[in-house]
Design a protein around this ligand. Sequence first.
Ligand code: GAL
Length: 416
Amino acid sequence: MKKIIIGFYIFLMPSFVNAAPTAEVLHWWTSGGEAKALQVLKDDFAKAGGVWKDMPVAGGGGDAAMQTLKARIVANDAPAAAQIKGPTIQEYDDEGVVAPYNVDAVAKKEGWDKLLSKQVASHMKCANGKSYCAAPVNIHRIDWFWANKKVLDSNGIKMPKSWAEFNNAADKLQAKGIIPLAHGSQPWQDATVFEAVALGVGGNSFYKKAFVDLDPGTLNGSTMVKVFDQMRKLKGYTDAGSPGRDWNVATGMVMEGKAAFQIMGDWAKGEFAAAGKKPNVDYMCSPTPSKNGYLYNVDSFIFYKNAGNDKVEGQKLLASLMMGKNFQRVFNEYKGSIPARLDVSMDTFDLCAKKSNADLKNAGKKGGLLPSFAHGMALRGAQKGAIQDVVTKHFNSDMSSKDAAKQLASAVKASL
Ligand code: GAL
C-alpha cells in the first residue's frame, strides 16, 4: 500500500512542481468601474488555474503606474504583465525587455490578425511589426460629454452639438448656481479635455498635424490659439475644488446632480454602470463636437521577459484570456469601452457603446479615427509629457493662449 502511495505521489510530482501559471500584473484600475471590470479577468485567470499577483498603482490615466513600472524595469524586476498603451509598447521593446515570443505564439495559434483591425493589431506588435508583444482588451473613446439628465431637463438644455452651444448652456447653468463642468484638474485630465477640444475646434487634419506629426507651425498656429481660448472658457466653468480632484469623483458630481457635464473618456460610463445608472434615464452621453472625429485609446497589456515556466505559462494564459470572445464582451460592458475583437456582437451593449462602435466605423471611413495623445496612443512618453505639461500649466494659470501655443511648439522641439 505504502509503495502504491509513494508511486502515486512521485507520478504526480512533476506537474505539481511546474505548478500553476502565475502572473504579477501591474495596472491602475482601482476606481469602482475599473476594479469591477478587472475582476472579470482575475476570475477567468483563477478559473483556468492561474495565480494572479495584483500590483495596483492608483492614479487615473496611469502616470503614477508608468513611473512605478519604469523603476521596476530599471531594477531588473519586471512584472509578468503591465497595462501599457500605444508607442510606449515599442519603446520598451527597444530596451530589449519585452518578451514577444510568449504572446506571439498565442496570437498565431488563435489568429489574432483576423480578429483585430489592422490599426489595433499594429499597436500590439514589436520587432518592427513582426511579432505580437501585447494583448488588447478594448477600445475606449475619449471625446465624450457625460451629463446629468435631470439637471439638463430641468434647465431646458440639450446635449450640445457645437462648442458654442456648450458655452451657452454652461453660461445658463452657471447663472443659476449650477457647476457646469465637473473636472479634476490633474495634468492627464486637463490633457484629456484639451484633445477633445482640439479635435472639435481644429478638425481632424489639424489634430493629426499637431499631435501625431508634431508639425511646429500647427503647434504654434492661430488655430491652436483658438483651442487654448476654449480651454480658458472651460476653466471658468469648473468649480474651486477642481484642482487635484480624481476623475471618478468628478463623475460622481455629475451622477449626483452637483454638476451638469463632464468631458471624459468612456471609462466614466463604467462608473455610472457600477452605480446602476442607465443612459438616457439617469445620464446622457454624446460625443464632444467634431466633424466625424473619434479619439481612440486601446487598453492593452505588455509582457516582459520573466524567467520560470510558471511565469511563461501565466503570460500565455493571460494573453489568451484577454482576447477571449466572451471576456471581451463582459469586461467591456463593465469598463465602458467596446471590444477590440471585431467579432463580438454589440447586441447586449448599451446605447453609448453602440454609438461608439458605429462612430468608430464612420470615423474610419472619413479620416477622423485618430489616436489619443493624452492616453499615450499617438506619441512616445517624452513628447506626450511635453505637451501635457504646457496644457496643464496654461489651464492652471493666467497664461495667454498665444504664449501657450508658443510654449507648446518649443516644448515639443526640446523633447525630440
Ligand atoms: C485611461 C485608461 C482607461 C481608464 C482611464 C482612467 O488611460 O485607458 O482604461 O482606466 O485611464 O484611469
